[in-house]
Design a protein around this ligand. Structure first.
Ligand SMILES: Cc1ncc(COP(=O)(O)O)c(C=O)c1O
Length: 426
C-alpha cells in the first residue's frame, strides 16, 4: 500500500462511501484528456467525467493556461462591495447564451448551493411582495444536491432518511413517463390552483441521480405553461444537463417554454474548479430592490465569485465558442444512438436511453431497479479491472464522458459493457 493510501485510510472520510466496506480508493497521480492514471501506471477511461463535471478532458492546455494567468493577477477577493473582470465577463456571456429574459447572475460554490440560492430566491421573492407562499412542487425521483433546501426538494429515501424530520413540506408529481404525462399535468394544475405554490423545480428532461431517466420536452412545456397560468415560478436545475450534456448548451434549448430561474454548476468551469450560478429574470431581481436592507438577498459564501473559478468558466466557454467542442458533442451523441439501436433488443436489457452525450443502459435484475442493486459493485469492479471508470447507478450503467472521448474509445467502452452483460450468464 502506498503511503498516500495509508494516510488516506487513517484520515480521509470519502463522500457517498460506506467507509467500513468500501475497497481501497484509486490512487490517482495524473489526469490527462479522457484518462486517469494510478500510481502503478494503469490508465482508466473517465467514462462519467469525474462525477459528471469534466467536459473538455483533463488538464486541457487552454484551461490550464487561463487558470495560470488568472492566479497571477487576482486569486480570490471578497465579492460584496467589490467586483472583477472575470466574474463580470462570465455573467455577461452566460446571460447571452440563455433566453433574453435571464438578466441577473448570483454566484455560489457548487450545484447544491446554486439550488439552495434558487429556493431562497423564490421564497423571498414572494415574501418581499407580501404574498408569502410556502409550497414547492418537485418530481418524484429528483436529486438537487445535499444541502438542506436541496435535499428537501429531492426524493425522500435512503439517501436522506435521517434528515427527513428537518425538511420543509414539498409536494411531488409522479415521474412523467409517457403513460403518466396527462395525469401529472392534471395534478399540477390542481395543486397550483390553491395559489399556495412559490415554485416548481425540475431537472429538465433528464433525472440524473435517479438513473438518467428521461422525459419529453413537450410535457415540460405544458408544465411550465400551467405554472405561468397560476403565477408559479419555475426553476430548472441544469446542474447536470447544461454545457452540452443533452447536445445543446442547456436542456431548456430543447423546450419552447423557459423557466424563471436556472441553476448551473458542474461543467460550467469545464469541471475543473467548483462554481455555481443561479441566474434569474429582472422581474425576480426587482422584487429584492428596496430601501429596506432586509429585503436584499442576504446570502453569500466566502468564496463567492472566485476569480480563478470564473477564469476557468470563461476558458471553458472559449472552447465551446471555437466550435470543435460541438462537433465532438454531436459525434458522441450519434455514436450513442447507433449503439442504442444495436442493443435495444438485448434480452438482458430493460431499457436504453439516450439524450445528447448521455447513454443509460438499464439491466434486468431479480431485485428490480434500485440504487442498491447488488449488480452495481460487480459492474463497477469489472469495469475497473478493464481500465474503465464507470459508476453505475444501481443496475443502470451509464456514460456521460468528457467530449475528448474518441470513437475508438467509445467502441472499447460499448464492447466492455456487452462483455460484462455476457459475463452475467456464466
Ligand atoms: C441535478 C443536480 N443538481 C444538483 C446537484 C448537486 O451538485 P453538487 O454535487 O455540485 O453540490 C447535482 C449533483 O449531482 C445534480 O445532478
Amino acid at each position: 500500500m502506498s503511503s498516500v493510501l495509508e494516510k488516506d485510510k487513517q484520515h480521509v472520510w470519502h463522500p457517498f462511501t460506506q467507509m467500513k466496506t468500501a475497497g481501497e480508493p484509486l490512487d490517482i497521480v495524473k489526469a490527462k484528456g479522457s484518462y486517469l492514471y494510478d500510481r502503478e501506471g494503469k490508465s482508466y477511461l473517465d467514462c462519467n467525467s469525474s462525477w459528471w463535471v469534466n467536459v473538455h478532458g483533463h488538464c486541457h492546455a487552454h484551461m490550464t493556461k487561463k487558470i495560470t494567468e488568472q492566479i497571477k493577477q487576482i486569486d480570490h477577493i471578497i465579492f460584496a462591495g467589490a467586483t472583477h473582470e472575470q466574474a463580470v465577463k462570465l455573467a455577461d456571456r452566460v446571460v447571452k447564451l440563455l433566453p433574453d429574459h435571464f438578466q441577473k447572475v448570483f454566484f455560489s460554490d457548487n450545484g447544491s448551493t446554486a439550488v439552495e440560492v434558487a429556493i431562497k430566491m423564490v421564497f423571498q421573492y414572494w415574501y418581499n411582495l407580501n404574498q408569502p407562499k410556502k409550497r414547492i412542487l418537485a418530481l418524484e425521483g429528483a436529486y438537487h444536491g445535499d444541502t438542506f433546501g436541496a435535499m428537501s426538494v429531492g426524493q425522500r429515501d435512503y439517501f436522506n432518511k435521517p434528515f427527513e424530520p428537518f425538511f420543509f413540506d414539498v409536494d411531488y408529481l409522479d415521474f412523467p413517463s409517457k403513460e403518466k404525462e396527462e395525469s401529472t399535468l392534471l395534478r399540477a394544475e390542481e395543486l397550483f390552483k390553491t395559489n399556495e405554490f412559490a415554485a416548481v423545480i425540475v431537472e429538465p428532461l433528464v433525472q440524473g441521480s435517479a438513473g438518467m431517466y428521461m422525459y419529453s420536452a413537450s410535457w415540460l412545456n405544458e408544465l411550465v405553461k400551467i405554472a405561468r397560468k397560476y403565477n408559479v415560478k419555475v426553476i430548472f436545475d441544469e446542474v447536470m444537463t447544461a454545457w452540452g450534456r443533452t447536445g445543446t448548451y442547456f436542456a431548456m434549448d430543447h423546450c419552447d417554454e423557459k423557466p424563471d430561474i436556472v441553476c448551473l454548476s458542474k461543467g460550467l468551469t469545464g469541471g475543473v474548479i467548483p462554481l455555481g450560478l443561479t441566474v434569474a429574470t429582472d422581474e425576480i431581481y426587482n422584487a429584492f430592490l428596496s430601501d429596506e436592507k432586509a429585503k436584499a438577498l442576504l446570502h453569500g459564501h466566502s468564496f463567492t465569485g472566485n476569480a480563478i473559478a470564473c477564469a476557468a468558466a470563461n476558458a471553458s466557454l472559449d472552447l465551446f465558442e471555437i466550435g470543435y467542442t460541438w462537433k465532438r458533442v454531436a459525434r458522441i451523441g450519434k455514436k450513442h444512438l447507433t449503439f442504442q439501436k444495436e442493443i435495444a433488443n438485448h434480452k438482458a436489457i430493460k431499457d436504453v436511453r439516450v439524450l445528447g452525450t448521455i447513454i443509460a443502459i438499464e439491466l434486468y435484475t431479480e431485485e428490480g431497479s434500485s440504487y442498491f442493486a447488488s449488480i452495481r459493485d460487480k459492474a463497477y469492479n469489472f469495469f475497473l479491472e478493464k481500465g474503465l471508470l464507470i459508476r453505475p447507478l444501481g443496475n443502470i450503467i451509464f456514460l456521460n464522458p468528457p467530449y475528448s472521448f474518441k470513437d475508438e474509445e467509445l467502441d472499447v467502452v460499448y464492447g466492455t459493457i456487452l462483455e460484462f452483460i455476457e459475463s452475467l450468464k456464466a
